[in-house]
Design a protein around this ligand. Structure first.
Ligand SMILES: CCC1=C(C)/C(=C/C2=NC(=C\c3[nH]c(/C=C4\NC(=O)[C@H](C)[C@H]4CC)c(C)c3CCC(=O)O)/C(CCC(=O)O)=C2C)NC1=O
Length: 169
């Protein structure tokens, strides 16, 4: 599992270079947004259950077929599994936000997910939509808390959506 600092050092060490201006600029960007990242993660932590619940309600309003007979989230067991997955995405997004690196998402969330979703018929389009809905809720709550909602906030959600979408799960 990597973070912004270890990734950068690994990269420079591989070619035996001192940290140049680009590296310093990257590091400054990371540390300057550090407090906002931590504060945003705190907002997520203290509202996680409500965020997941609201995102679920919104998703099922927008794609009601999911919870009708034949839908992948139909039956209480699968409904609960869907919300649990959303909770995973939110929690790991908060880790990646702090790390400033998406490696934790590959390693802990996305690897092998395609096969699982394929075999269980979990549709990728609505999953991506659910992640986007959570992103919007988080963005709004973070802004309401007076925290600078920069690109760092969208990055983990967008990354998961891209990976889930592209891989045609
Ligand atoms: C921490 C990393 C991690 C992830 C990401 C993860 C995902 C994950 N989601 C699963 C199932 C599932 N995932 C969903 C999700 C959905 N169905 C829908 O229609 C919606 C679009 C969507 C919710 C947004 C559902 C319904 C199941 C159960 C499917 C079934 O058993 O038939 C399963 C199969 C095993 C199980 O049910 O627990 C895994 C492994 N597990 C992990 O350990």
């Amino acid at each position: 599992m990597r973070d912004a600092v270890t990734s950068l050092i690994q990269n420079y060490d591989r070619t035996g270079r001192y940290l140049d201006r680009d590296a310093i600029d990257d590091l400054k960007g990371y540390f300057n947004s550090g407090l906002a990242r931590i504060s945003a993660a705190a907002v997520i932590n203290s509202n996680a259950a409500a965020i997941v619940k609201l995102a679920g309600v919104t998703l099922f309003e927008q794609v009601p077929e999911l919870i009708r007979p034949g839908g992948n989230a139909y039956t209480t067991r699968r409904y609960a599994a869907c919300l649990r997955d959303m909770d995973y995405y939110l929690r790991y997004a908060s880790y990646a936000m702090i790390a400033g690196d998406m490696d934790v998402l590959d390693e802990r969330v996305l690897n092998g997910l395609r096969e699982v979703y394929n075999s269980l018929g979990v549709p990728s389009g609505p999953t991506v939509l659910g992640i986007q809905i959570m992103k919007d809720i988080v963005r709004q709550q973070v802004a309401e808390a007076g925290i600078d909602a920069g690109a760092y906030l969208d990055e983990p959600f967008d990354y998961m959506c891209r990976q889930l979408g592209e891989k045609d799960i």
